[in-house]
Design a protein around this ligand. Structure first.
Ligand SMILES: Nc1ncnc2c1ncn2[C@@H]1O[C@H](COP(=O)(O)OP(=O)(O)OP(=O)(O)O)[C@@H](O)[C@H]1O
Ligand SMILES: [Mg+2]
Length: 199
């Protein structure tokens, strides 16, 4: 990762942090409505989705809605020691989540149940910067890169972003994982992650 890549991640995150809470809420509603309009979202059975934190596209409402509808929803728990993500099925928003690593809401391992990553068919992913070829950078931990490439190669990958987070092109390293779909408040980008060509 070059200096200029860190610079663009930081710049974009600072911009995202400047959005007011009401703007985050309003744009997040549009983005999650766009997500809910996708055929792939409806086809998903075991959805693994990040629990939003700070100025990320808000996923709390969407997760609550899925739980209320009796749909499966798994969320990540960060294992900082082994630098990996674990997937837990939620049943009850109020009972099954606790602030964990980095203050992010995480599943309570006493009440939520651990699932095998191979059971997940669709993953909804946050990020710092994306590009129009569905490239993605996260926050520098490599957690999602490892999870996607090693543990969930079978799953469809959907990135959620405000359009200010999508640049024309970002540099990607070999380990950086591309998305299949990126959803913003303005558009849905679909890519073929193996050839990097926008469909
Ligand atoms: N599959 C992998 N195997 C080994 N190391 C990896 C793998 N994926 C990423 N890493 C390492 O993780 C570190 C952080 O990677 P990177 O900067 O791409 O994180 P990120 O994409 O911002 O984070 P995240 O994936 O959690 O959103 C790098 O040192 C990278 O080499
Ligand atoms: Mg990466």
């Amino acid at each position: 990762m070059s200096f200029s890549d860190y610079y663009s991640r930081g710049q974009i995150l600072s911009k995202r942090d400047c959005l007011s809470q009401s703007t985050v809420n309003c744009l997040s509603k549009i983005i999650t409505d766009n997500l809910k309009g996708l055929e792939e979202y409806h086809a998903s059975r075991i959805l693994f989705i990040y629990v939003s934190f700070r100025s990320e596209v808000d996923t709390h409402q969407l997760i609550k809605e899925r739980l209320n509808s009796g749909l499966e929803v798994a969320v990540p728990k960060t294992d900082v020691v082994n630098r990996r993500l674990e997937a837990f099925l939620l049943k009850d928003w109020g009972k099954d989540l606790r602030p964990g690593a980095y203050g992010i809401l995480e599943p309570d391992t006493e009440t939520a149940s651990l699932i095998q990553p191979s059971q997940i068919d669709t993953i909804v992913i946050p990020g710092s910067v994306f590009d129009r070829q569905c490239g993605r950078q996260g926050y520098g931990g490599g957690y999602f890169d490892r999870f996607l490439s090693i543990e969930t190669p079978q799953a469809l990958r959907i990135g959620l972003a405000f359009s200010l987070q999508v640049l024309p092109e970002i540099s990607m390293e070999k380990h950086d994982q591309r998305m299949d779909i990126i959803v913003t408040e303005r558009e849905t980008l679909r890519c073929n992650r193996n050839t990097n060509i926008v469909k």
